[in-house]
Design a binder for this molecule. Structure first.
Ligand code: HPA
Length: 236
């Protein structure tokens, strides 16, 4: 079969897909955590892999950066490949000094100024979209079973990484209670709602807009292990 952006057959992709932004992180997860791995997508180097984790099937695929990109891939996975749930595993910037680098966050909603939801469906004109409650509950339980502390909160899905006024984040933190910023979840949650599927988002804090601290690529790779292990336990 195949779609414009995913050159796979329907049965090539598991019911659960983990989506890091970076396709090379998808490759890292496949190489280091999965067995019986088969690569199912190479279009635009947006690599996707299916394998088994503790004997159970799961897929992992890059989403690219930003809502237009994750919007395309998640829609095709839900609509044309019978994917039931997508868990974004990404990085974020902290909006409050109560959050430290490498903390793991679970999104309870995504606030955005984006027109994605309105343009996609023509009917849904809200500033917030939501993950699937039962999926969040499962992820929370897995985190607790693995003894990994997680923090829950509203996240800001931004269309812009380089704002002229970085201090704008203070208003968003105050008015929307958004504790961290990333660039994809709002569109992912909307697509799940429109297709009747499930979505969630776990994030690792890679930088802070408050303290201006940032992590190196190598430190990030290690820290992301915790988040991946929480999400991988969704293999079924
Ligand atoms: N802004 C937007 N997205 C991000 C950031 C950020 O500071 N850090 C990680 N993802």
């Amino acid at each position: 079969m195949g779609t414009p952006h995913i050159n796979a057959e329907k049965g090539d992709i598991a019911k659960t897909v983990l989506m890091p932004g970076d396709p090379l992180r998808a490759k890292f997860i496949a190489d280091n955590y999965l067995e019986n791995v088969k690569r199912f997508n190479t279009v635009r180097n947006m690599f996707g892999y299916t394998g088994t984790y503790q004997g159970k099937p799961i897929s992992v695929m890059g989403s690219g950066m930003g809502m237009p990109s994750i919007g395309i891939y998640s829609y095709e996975l839900y609509k044309f490949f019978d994917v039931e749930r997508i868990v974004r595993i990404g990085s974020c910037g902290a909006y409050t000094d109560e959050i430290d680098l490498y903390d793991v966050l679970l999104a309870t909603s995504a606030y955005s100024e984006s027109s994605y939801a309105k343009v996609q469906s023509g009917t849904y004109d809200e500033a917030y979209t939501y993950p699937t409650k039962s999926l969040n509950d499962t992820l929370e339980k897995h985190a607790s079973d693995l003894d990994i502390p997680i923090r829950k909160g509203v996240i800001h899905s931004s269309d812009v990484f380089y704002r002229e006024n970085f201090d704008d984040y203070k208003t968003i933190y105050k008015e929307h209670n958004a504790i961290a910023v990333e660039m994809e979840s709002f569109a992912l949650f909307h697509n799940a709602k429109m297709t009747g599927k499930e979505a969630a988002c776990i994030l690792t804090v890679s930088d802070s807009l408050v303290t201006k601290e940032a992590t190196s690529a190598e430190e990030r790779q290690n820290a992301f292990t915790k988040m991946m292990e929480i999400a991988l336990s969704l293999a079924e």
